[in-house]
Design a protein around this ligand. Structure first.
Ligand code: KG4
Ligand code: ZN
Length: 358
């Protein structure tokens, strides 16, 4: 089955052609990083306009690179949510119109489920139950997946996503957007044990993440020690490098500390680590070390599949289409789409609605 995947939830316009959910024939991405860089973050209105410009050329390019024609496409998978409303609508409307015109099925896919499926191309088949730690600019969740298609949020962030914390701290340090790769670069030269930043504990005892206190701790450290952000064109000071390294180590400790604790409770057979922050080598190494300690295989996507792309959307879409699930023309974008459909004995689903931000 040949699926055309379309992704436009945030600041990447992406299209891909994927065969049977596991073979990427093409995957093209038009990144808006340069467009948003002067603003230090994504500007939703600009993002949507850019998607509108790029979506048609991206789909054309994906088809051309895959060497297939539109007539050969069996179905379309498109990101339905969560994400920025105007950005999502571009992809959703495009996919619906195309599917209607071609008279083929289409399915709306949860972007976070897409990240879970980003490991499908390069790793062995997942053994269930699995854990998926999805860390990106918009979401930070640890999922328990008892079987394909069933998700329970074990831990989620109460405030900032991990990638968002990387981006905001990078801004404080005078680094460019997106901050994750910049902090990672500096951290290699810094001393991660130099500063003890706090790992947040949630007072109600839930195993959730929280990164806004850490961000405040970095800001306070800068102020109290009178450390100025790196000026444009200057190279970062040793203090800034130590802050980057110590901050990064604290984020990793928080992510993997919780994963280890919850693994003892849930006994997963696989750990999936995906999302933009999974590009981080220090996180990859620490997760691999944890996997070895727990005797738990750890699967990552390669880096170009960790950040937003449409191949992962096609892979997740394949899973649903194969089960006969499809969307109809009334389907529309869902800004705060949830990924939790597995109810355990204590009625976990009745909890307050989780809102995702991208
Ligand atoms: O998955 P993604 O492309 O978009 C969202 O769905 O949010 O993730 C982007 C996020 C940004 O916050 C970026 O700073 C972070 O991933 N990121 C990293 C690294 N590369 C990207 N964070 C830490 N280390 C990296 N190497
Ligand atoms: Zn994403």
């Amino acid at each position: 089955m040949l699926i055309l995947g379309i992704e436009s939830s945030c600041d990447e316009t992406a299209a891909a052609v994927v065969r049977d959910g596991i073979e990427i024939l093409s995957s093209v991405i038009s990144s808006q990083i340069e467009l948003h860089k002067p603003f230090g973050g994504v500007v939703p209105e600009l993002a949507a306009r850019e998607h509108l410009e790029k979506i048609d050329p991206m789909v054309d390019e994906a088809l051309a690179r895959a060497n297939v024609s539109l007539a050969e496409i069996d179905a379309i998978a498109v990101t339905q949510g969560p994400g920025l409303i105007a950005s999502l609508l571009v992809g959703v409307c495009y996919a619906k119109a195309l599917a209607f015109g071609l008279d083929i099925p289409f399915v709306g896919v949860n972007h976070i489920e897409g990240h879970v499926y980003s490991i499908a191309f390069e790793n062995p088949a997942v053994e269930y139950p699995a854990f998926a730690l999805i860390v990106s600019g918009g979401h930070t969740n640890l999922f328990y997946i008892p079987e394909p298609g069933k998700y329970k949020v074990v831990s989620r962030t109460r405030d900032d996503a991990a990638g968002e914390a990387f981006d905001k701290v990078a801004k404080m340090l005078g680094l460019e957007y997106p901050g994750g790769p910049e902090i990672e670069k500096l951290a290699v030269e810094g001393d991660a044990r130099k500063i003890k930043f706090p790992v947040a504990k949630i007072s109600d005892g839930r195993p959730d993440f929280s990164f806004s206190g850490l961000k405040t701790a970095v800001s306070r450290y800068l102020r109290e020690n009178e450390i100025a952000p790196t000026a444009k064109g200057e190279s970062p000071s040793p203090e800034i490098k130590d802050i980057a390294a110590s901050f990064q180590a604290t984020v990793i400790k928080s992510l993997l500390g919780t994963t280890e604790k919850m693994a003892a409770e849930y006994h997963p057979k696989t750990l999936i680590v995906a999302g933009g922050v999974a590009c981080n080598n220090a996180l990859r190494e620490a997760a691999a070390t944890l996997g070895a300690k727990l005797n738990l295989p750890v699967y990552f996507p390669s880096k170009h599949l960790s950040t937003d792309n449409a191949a992962m959307i096609a892979a997740a879409g394949y899973f649903h289409l194969r089960r006969g699930e499809r969307s109809d023309l009334r389907m529309t974008a869902d800004v705060s789409m949830r990924l939790q459909n597995f109810e355990n004995e204590d009625g976990e689903l009745k909890r307050k609605k989780v809102r995702y931000r991208l």
